[in-house]
Ligand binder design. Structure first.
Ligand code: GDP
Ligand code: MG
Length: 189
């Protein structure tokens, strides 16, 4: 049976790769590099509370020289297509940005559960502005610090709870990860 899939989405520099590595590193089962596909490692398997799942870091997908907003849009669309649950990552350091709102607009279209996390909440003072992120429209923003590893357990609890009981069996991961190298994606943006 295919594993349920978590996709991490968000504008550059919010900490997607950091969180991705933590999710893989803390409850590791299998981690595989994919030679020739990416600069960054973009997917692996992990588990939480006894549930195994795949993780995709959409920020690591190489989309060439597309403009900034177009890349963010495509990454969000890939997440919608590939994921059973989406982790929408933002950062307390910049507040809600235009790019965050762009990601939110794309994710509204999806009929997929979205867990909204605000990264870089490294200390209690930084929690003060977290409620601003309610404006993105995905319910309670969950605080996180990728650097210190704070908050990830609650977020993984929410993610695992949102996975469907049964995942459609594709029988073949090459289908599941068919977005890699797909050249026509940009035309849909
Ligand atoms: N202060 C702080 N910095 C962080 C945190 N998580 C990631 N960073 C830093 O933010 C920068 C971007 O992180 P990265 O994971 O590459 O973001 P990505 O572009 O979304 O993949 C790096 O310098 C990280 O060290 C955090 O929780 N707190
Ligand atoms: Mg990254």
């Amino acid at each position: 049976m295919s594993l349920p899939t978590l996709a991490i989405v968000g504008r550059p520099n919010v900490g997607k790769s950091t969180i991705f590595n933590r999710i893989l590193g803390e409850r590791i089962s299998i981690v595989e590099d994919t030679p020739g596909v990416t600069r960054d490692r973009i997917y692996g398997n992990s588990e939480w509370l006894g549930k195994s799942f795949s993780v995709i870091d959409t920020g690591g997908i190489d989309l060439g020289d597309e403009p900034f907003m177009s890349q963010i849009t495509q990454q969000a669309e890939i997440a919608i297509e590939e994921a059973d649950v989406i982790l929408f990552l933002t950062s307390i350091e910049n507040g809600v940005t235009d790019a965050d709102e762009r990601v939110a607009q794309i994710l509204y279209r999806a009929d997929k559960p979205v867990v909204l996390a605000v990264n870089k909440v490294d200390n209690p003072e930084r929690r003060q502005d977290i409620y601003d992120f309610y404006s993105l429209g995905f319910g309670e923003p969950l605080p996180l610090s990728g650097t210190h590893g704070i908050g990830l357990g609650d977020i993984l609890d929410a993610i695992v709870a949102a996975f469907p009981d049964e995942v459609k069996d594709d029988d073949d991961d090459s289908i599941k990860f068919s977005f890699i190298g797909r050249p026509t994606l940009g035309s849909r943006v």
